[in-house]
Design a binder for this molecule. Structure first.
Ligand code: ATR
Length: 277
């Protein structure tokens, strides 16, 4: 079989770990495919997509800042991606470009590896940006019923809450309110960039009222263990970092493109290696 070309469209893409992760799996599965990152300026996204069509590139990932704007250039968008309002994975189906979103579902799958039946639990999401949206909608699509939102800017959390069309028992809480009633939650998820390198001392929410055994999840993977996760661990929480989400979104994209299941643990090793761990 002839090798196929896959890509990543982003701006910038210099530090992406996706090429190493996907190329290693192509090798491992004996596929002569290749994954290449392309730095595409927002003004040239349409031209880039035309290029993909003309060259017959088989599929690609989309990252910041193109996840929303890419949608206008595609032929079809899958339901979950539509509900989230963003696309991170595109499949070229004989010339028809179909958009998917594997970020939210990837996150939930990786969470379920530590949380078991995450969907039955009482969940608190911190943040109301693009990452929060993907996770919130995927949790809702996958059947979670009890998801509260908190955010520095309350109106943004209220807006996200209204945006979600699923039947949820979902409340919006101020950060202070969420901090006070923290023991109410079984799973607490940070989707903000608070605590990311280089501002590693910052925490998104106080964990004073955390109860033992709570699952505390941070989508940040640089550092691998944020200060917030480290406090949570010392208080007896089960912690979950952002590596699993990154790898799982890639694994789902890999399956969409090749129809084959990649080796999740090997992909994770490659990513940790890329991070210099
Ligand atoms: P992303 O796509 O990564 O989610 P985003 O859409 O810019 O990025 O959203 C960033 C989120 O992190 C928001 O919830 C933001 O809170 P505001 O809505 O109040 O801006 C949150 N955030 C970023 N920096 C923050 C900080 N220093 N303190 C608290 N929240 C912060």
């Amino acid at each position: 079989m002839m090798g196929k070309l896959f890509g990543l469209l982003g701006h910038p893409v210099g530090h992406s770990m996706s090429p190493a992760m996907h190329n290693d799996q192509f090798n491992q599965l004996g596929l002569s495919h290749y994954y290449q990152a392309f730095d595409v300026h927002p003004d040239r996204l349409g031209q880039a997509v035309n290029g993909i069509r003309a060259l017959g590139i088989s599929g690609f990932n989309v990252t910041i800042p193109h996840k929303v704007t890419i949608m206008e250039y595609l032929d079809e968008i899958d339901e979950e991606a539509k509900a989230i309002g963003a696309v991170n994975t595109v499949l070229n189906q004989h010339g028809k470009l179909v958009g998917f979103n594997t970020d939210g579902r990837g996150y939930v799958q990786s969470l379920q590896k530590v949380a078991g039946d995450a969907l039955d639990k009482r969940i608190l999401i911190i943040g109301a940006g693009g990452a929060a949206k993907g996770i919130y909608i995927s949790l809702a699509v996958m059947g979670a019923k009890n998801i509260d939102l908190t955010n520095r800017t309350l109106e943004k959390a209220q807006e996200l809450n209204r945006f979600c069309k699923h039947d949820l028992q979902s409340k919006v809480r101020s950060i202070e309110e969420a901090e006070k009633m923290l023991s109410h939650y079984d799973i607490i998820i940070n989707t903000t960039s608070v605590g990311m390198s280089p501002y590693v001392e910052a925490v998104p929410l106080s964990l004073d009222h955390l109860k033992k055994g709570t699952i505390v999840s941070d989508i940040i993977y640089n550092p691998l263990e944020t200060k917030w996760l480290s406090i949570a661990k010392h208080k007896g929480a089960i912690i979950h970092n952002g590596i699993g989400m990154f790898v799982a979104q890639g694994a789902l994209a890999f399956e969409i493109w090749t129809g084959k299941k990649p080796d999740f643990e090997k992909m994770k090793l490659i990513v940790i290696e890329q991070l210099g761990g």
